[in-house]
Write a protein that binds this ligand. Structure first.
Ligand code: F0G
Length: 457
């Protein structure tokens, strides 16, 4: 026998019951939610693929860690465990815990960005870019062109185009570039990895120019898995080794531990430069809390320290991405247009191709997410024009990618759930021509995708 199946490296100790509602109930719920899946009550959802953020199942060890919480205001022992885990697995020198990723982005942006600065990055992320803009900076996209094409099957679509970066340096000068922001396993591109070769080339270039590289390491373990599977010279290295190699090529990081690090809340800012750390340690007390808890309970930091260690285990990560691939392959076998290659944290359906009769101003991805919810109670998220929002001058961004993200929480659902999800997508695909678009009737000023409301055209 040649083929050997993989299985999850855990067994289930406790379950949470879920139930499916009727189509009528779902029509009512989505209409009351303004056709925005963020505004649904989770009780009205059957299978929740809204996000992989904070939705993981913690292990028994992590739950045990919660009971070891040291809730001292200052100097909690759990803070030192977290610091040890970050030193050991990621290697950054100084750390400041924050309540989640955007807390770290806020502090970093306030310290490093001056009005008029330009911050190059390998594709935008919603909160990251907004914090850069609120500090007076402008985001500049330096990801390779392939990343904006859902059908391009290049294996490292998260890579930086060094020519784009060099152009920015020539136009603005290094004084205007506080750092380059590099996300591993780029979320908005479809969970697409950066190669070590590209990171090394970026490191050489930035060393020569004296520019810092800050790592959005939210999904670094998933990126390491793709390097192990696809990059020459890495198949015999462990995920832990590759994660460390990635971190060592950068000067600091922001982390949303709610993703790879397997916790329901938490994050941190890590930095190798003492002066930036000093300022961050000072600023964190204004916005988050003392520098030894940063908006977290001691128990949260303990769960994070344990989660970091579990997240870089080879068996964990291959099963995690194996499940995403399982869903993606199923959709491909039904002829559903998805972003290729299949990414690390979810399957991204190409709404432009799914609903070609809708213009981008009729919100194809928002529409499709609502239709999938109505069909089966599966909750997904828009990652297209609504998420992209408006530029500082008030005009809309028109992103090339108009996607619906089926984000898979870690260690939560089974393959049977993935079967149900893919069958629902197929049934919506079969009646796609009859689907009408949406119009936006309420638009919040910041991060509009969270709270915007729509009506059917
Ligand atoms: N960076 C990336 C790449 C992210 O995906 C996120 C969050 C953040 C930063 C911000 O972290 O939520 O802890 O404040 N992404 C979530 C998602 C919200 O659904 O993709 P946070």
């Amino acid at each position: 026998m040649k083929h050997r199946s993989w299985a999850e490296p855990f067994k289930i100790k406790m379950v949470e019951l879920i139930k499916s509602t009727s189509r009528e109930d779902r029509e009512k719920a989505i209409s009351e939610a303004g056709f925005n899946t963020f505004l649904l009550r989770s009780e009205d959802v059957y299978i929740d693929l809204l996000t992989d953020s904070g939705t993981s199942a913690m292990s028994d060890q992590q739950w045990a860690g919660l009971l070891r919480g040291d809730e001292a205001y200052a100097g909690s022992r759990n803070y030192y465990h977290l610091e040890d885990a970050i030193h050991k697995y990621y290697g950054y020198k100084y750390i400041v815990p924050t309540h989640q990723g955007r807390g770290a982005e806020h502090i970093l942006s306030q310290i490093m960005i001056k009005p008029g600065d330009v911050v190059p990055g390998n594709m935008y992320f919603t909160t990251t870019r907004l914090h850069q803009e609120m500090a007076g900076g402008t985001f500049a996209d330096i990801i390779i062109d392939e990343a904006h094409d859902p059908d391009n099957e290049f294996e490292f679509k998260g890579n930086v185009d060094l020519e784009k970066l060099d152009k920015l340096v020539k136009v603005h000068g290094t004084d205007k570039i506080p750092y380059v922001c590099i996300a591993t396993n780029v979320n908005m591109a479809g969970g697409q990895p950066v190669s070590i070769a590209n990171l090394k080339a970026l490191r050489d270039y930035t060393n020569e120019k004296g520019i810092k590289v800050i790592h959005d390491m939210t999904r670094v373990a998933e990126n390491a898995y793709f390097i192990q599977q696809k990059e020459e010279g890495y198949k015999d290295k462990s995920i832990a080794q590759i994660v460390r190699e990635i971190c060592d090529l950068t000067d600091g990081a922001t982390m949303s531990a709610k993703k790879d690090a397997l916790v329901n809340i938490g994050g941190f800012l890590a930095i190798n430069d003492w002066d930036i750390f000093e300022e961050a340690r000072n600023l964190v007390v204004v916005f988050e809390g003392l520098h030894t808890y940063g908006g977290l309970a001691g128990r949260d930091m303990e769960a994070m320290a344990i989660g970091i260690a579990e997240s870089i285990d080879d068996n964990h990560i291959s099963a995690r991405i194996g499940q995403v691939e399982y869903l993606g392959e199923k959709m491909l076998s039904y002829g559903i247009p998805i972003v290729k290659p299949i990414g690390g944290h979810g399957v991204f359906v190409n709404a432009r191709k799914f609903l070609p009769h809708l213009s981008q101003d009729e919100f194809p991805a928002q529409t499709l997410a609502a239709e999938i919810y109505i069909d089966s109670g599966v909750r997904t998220m828009e990652r297209g024009i609504v998420s992209a929002g408006r530029k500082p001058d008030g005009t809309n961004y028109y992103p090339k990618l108009e996607l619906v993200r089926f984000t898979i929480p870690r260690r939560v659902y089974t393959q049977a759930h993935m079967d149900v999800v893919s069958e629902s997508v197929l049934s919506v695909y079969e009646k796609r021509e009859s689907i009408k678009g949406l119009k936006m009737v309420y638009e919040p000023k910041y991060l509009r995708f969270f709270q915007a409301r729509f009506e059917r055209i």
